[in-house]
Design a binder for this molecule. Structure first.
Ligand code: SAM
Length: 292
């Protein structure tokens, strides 16, 4: 078996060979610990029939582990300078394809159709660039891709918000948006010392397992998310205050908002952070006719 890319010595040698300098603006913190990488891959539960999509392969540290554990890997990398490096480090693997693109601009659904035509089990596995963690995860979920789930490294603080339960300080519209589509769990806390350069924040790995259908049934998804965002606009304000100040024409529709809250049996003085997904679903369905 080839020497792992993700050791401090090999990583340094690769970076030196190519005179590579990290771009902070692209969230470049590379993993240099093979054990952590193997653990991340194990959380994805891949088999030799699985496809893996990676976002930001860097110099290929995680890509290599994915190539060894799956049928095929397709990776999106934004930084052109990494392409010749990846061609070199991943040369021993004939089941890897690197696409030079910003994943936020890519048509991931089409790429899946083209790259994984005969693969049913597809997972996204990534050590995400921290400056765009949330937009990337939301895009992957909102695009309704045919994937089993996502295992990714991200800031611990964001992981806490994603997997937070109602009534906790971390629970908010991000928890709801992600738990609507997936079952979310934090599976590992990761120390700063396993990266070069070391990030300023603590990291964690989360596993998002896509639900067969969304966690709750709503009349209109877009409006449901609008209501949840509005409800958390100012955390210390009551639900009624946030909804009247944030929903379109909310101030003029205060009476209707009170009615919808009564119809949902939710006290107007409660705060957004106390509502479950089911309560938000009910409330947004009751508000819907007053706003459409
Ligand atoms: N996977 C490597 C590892 O674990 O060592 C590198 C991870 S590093 C945290 C993030 C990677 O994402 C970098 O290679 C960076 O260039 C790339 N990247 C940043 N923004 C991106 C985007 N919008 N689309 C695709 N790749 C991106």
């Amino acid at each position: 078996m080839d020497k792992d890319i993700a050791t401090p010595v090999r990583t340094r040698a690769i970076l030196e060979k190519y005179g590579f300098s990290f771009k902070k603006s692209l969230g470049q913190n590379f993993l240099i610990d093979t054990n952590i990488l193997k653990k991340i891959v194990s959380f994805a539960e891949l088999t030799d029939r699985s496809g893996a999509i990676e976002i930001g392969p860097g110099i290929g540290a995680l890509t290599e582990q994915l190539a060894r554990s799956s049928k095929k890997v397709t990776a999106f990398e934004i930084d052109q300078r990494l392409l010749p490096i990846l061609a070199d480090t991943l040369a021993p693997y004939d089941n890897v394809k690197v696409i030079h693109n910003d994943v936020l601009k890519a048509d991931v659904k089409r790429v899946i159709e083209e790259e994984f035509p005969d693969i049913e089990d597809i997972m996204v596995v990534a050590n995400l660039p921290y400056y765009v963690t949330t937009p990337i995860i939301m895009k992957l979920l909102e695009d309704h891709l045919p994937i089993r789930g996502i295992v990714c490294m991200l800031q611990k603080e964001v992981a806490d918000r994603i997997s937070a339960k109602p009534g906790t300080k971390d629970y908010g519209s991000l928890s709801i948006a992600i738990q609507y589509y997936t079952e979310a769990e934090t599976v590992m806390i990761v120390p700063k010392t396993v990266f070069v350069p070391q990030p300023n924040v603590d990291s964690a790995v989360i596993r998002l397992t896509k639900r067969e259908k969304p966690a709750v049934n709503v009349k209109d998804e877009h409006f449901f998310f609008q209501v949840t965002k509005a409800s958390f606009a100012q955390r210390r304000k009551t639900l009624l205050n946030n909804l009247t100040s944030q929903l379109p024409d909310g101030k003029q529709k205060k009476e209707e908002i009170i009615k919808a809250l009564q119809e949902s049996e939710i006290e107007p003085s409660r705060r957004g952070e106390t509502l479950s997904l089911a309560e938000f679903a009910l409330l947004s369905d009751k508000l819907y006719p007053y706003f459409h």
